[in-house]
Ligand binder design. Structure first.
Ligand SMILES: [Zn+2]
Length: 511
């Protein structure tokens, strides 16, 4: 195939969807007005000098010793927590043991800190940081109609995509997320370059999942689409991701059989396999998942495999969940937004019942906070609520809970690393692994006294407790402050871009 297939957009269907969406929200309000109401003074967007990207000058110590911390390694062979020191050399952990005394090495004092693996978010539409908060009262229908079918996501210029991903990656780092998969939308090749630039500048470890456009939406996002994934992904792979030995690696964010035909899905998966990258897709989203049985379609087409990542899976059958696990694929559950928007009950408990372990993601900051603490809490407590309700309905009281805080913490760390095929590098603290670690300040009132470290960091902590963040041994945050980043510049560019995007979009459903 020398060029991508093209079909004409059906304007009548598009108009219908737009009108249908406008009827959903009730009150309408323009983006510019919102910013004015909030007192946001957007900076002039044409300030070219301000748009220049400064190279990141991270604090790098090639060798340092973290002393006096309470360490959670999450290695099966280690206790749940221990007093230990961690030696880091050239970005890697080389030793974890108590009372190391090494002359001439820089010491980082972690007294009063819980030291643990960085959190791993396996599903986030990072660019949506630019339209943060507009969907706190949205259902999945309103979300899809607004962001996709009315093409809010198509209004971004490349410079908007750049600052969106920089902002989104910085907020993740600030909240202790050291690795995340960015499920992107690529309107033009220049947008892809800009998104990657934003991620690179942040310094986060990540998987850039190259996506499809949100312009002329039905070209790509329709059961009738005959467009396969944009071929510019091949250039992106060659230009930015020729090596796996770097902070950023690549995936394809494909539409999958719930949003396009199985034939187009086959082309997209074969393209991902040609590039040697994971293909990630949304499945089991509300009624569509029930009707389309996407994983059964993939099985019947002989397409399942360990390089597929499935997001949500809320309304899949148990049989489909089992097929994902059996094939070596991975599940990204985003339980907070699933609870809000009507995707269905989190699939975490049913997936575990099939014998497999899920990973977690924030998904959309249009309606949720950017942190994995909330996702761990939702995954654990909603799953417990489902199980407890079943027991109560049987006329019995609840006994021992089946899922623990440690389970949820593993979902947000090592299981995320497994889902992204990065578990040989990250996800636990162990000699030989990359020094992706965070310090949680256990002297904060909400974490004092430290009676149950794993329980505290899973269900009682929040981003304000994150004192320090390291990615491959580089300090990204220390003493509660992100390092080497001009946050005023980030705020100014983000405010200017959100003003532009929302003003181009016009009326939106109720905020
Ligand atoms: Zn998503």
């Amino acid at each position: 195939m020398d060029e991508q297939k093209k079909i004409p957009v059906n304007p009548s269907r598009r108009k219908f969807l737009k009108n249908a969406s406008l009827a959903v929200g009730g009150a309408v309000i323009g983006g510019g007005i919102v910013n004015n109401l909030l007192g946001v003074k957007a900076a002039a967007a044409d300030n070219k000098s301000a748009d220049k990207v400064k190279p990141k000058d991270l604090e790098t110590e090639s060798r340092f010793l973290v002393k006096n911390g309470l360490v959670i390694t999450l290695e099966k062979s280690d206790p749940d927590f221990m007093n230990a020191d961690i030696l880091v050399e050239n970005g890697k952990i080389t030793a974890i043991k108590p009372n190391m005394d090494i002359s001439g090495v820089q010491v980082i004092d972690a007294s009063g800190m819980i030291v643990m693996p960085g959190l791993v978010d396996t599903h986030r539409h990072v660019w949506e940081a630019l339209v943060r908060g507009i969907g706190t009262d949205w259902s999945i229908g309103t979300y899809l109609n607004t962001i996709y079918f009315q093409e809010l996501g198509g209004k971004l210029r490349p410079e908007d995509s750049y600052i969106a991903d920089l902002l989104g990656a910085l907020e993740a780092l600030n909240a202790g997320v050291t690795t995340m998969l960015d499920w992107s939308a690529i309107n033009t090749p220049e947008h892809a370059d800009a998104l990657i630039q934003g991620l690179q500048e942040s310094g986060i470890r990540g998987v850039f999942a190259h996506g499809t456009p949100i312009t002329n939406i039905l070209t790509y996002w329709s059961p009738d689409s005959t467009y396969m994934h944009p071929w510019d992904a091949r250039r992106i792979k060659q230009q930015y991701f020729s090596s796996d030995d770097q902070l950023l690696t690549m995936a394809l964010a494909i539409r999958g059989p719930e949003f396009v035909s199985i034939d187009v899905t086959r082309q997209d998966i074969m393209f991902a396999r040609e590039l040697g990258v994971i293909a990630s897709m949304h499945v089991g989203v509300g009624i569509a998942g029930v009707q389309k049985k996407p994983v059964l379609q993939l099985r019947d087409a002989n397409l399942l495999g360990p390089d597929l990542n499935f997001v949500h899976a809320t309304t899949l059958t148990d049989e489909e969940l089992k097929l994902i696990g059996e094939s070596g694929g991975s599940l990204s559950s985003t339980p907070e937004v699933e609870s809000q928007m009507g995707h269905g009950w989190t699939a975490v408990g049913r997936y575990i019942a099939q014998g497999y372990r899920p990973s977690l993601g924030v998904d959309v900051v249009v309606s949720t906070g950017p942190d994995m603490f909330s996702q761990m809490k939702f995954a654990l407590q909603v799953t417990r609520a489902i199980e407890n309700a079943k027991i109560l309905e049987s006329g019995k009281d609840v006994g021992k809970l089946s899922l623990s805080a440690r389970d949820a913490l593993e979902f947000a760390t090592i299981e995320g690393a497994r889902a992204l095929h990065l578990d040989h590098k990250i996800g636990t603290l162990a000699p030989g692994k990359q020094a992706d670690m965070i310090f949680v300040r256990s002297t904060d009132l909400n974490l004092t006294p430290v009676n149950n470290p794993i329980g505290l960091v899973t269900l009682c902590a929040n981003p304000s407790n994150i004192d320090s963040v390291f990615v491959a041994g580089k300090a990204m945050k220390r003493n509660g402050q992100l390092l080497n980043v001009d946050l005023d510049r980030v705020r100014r560019l983000a405010n200017a871009s959100t003003e532009y995007v929302l003003s181009k979009f016009g009326p939106t459903p109720q905020f």
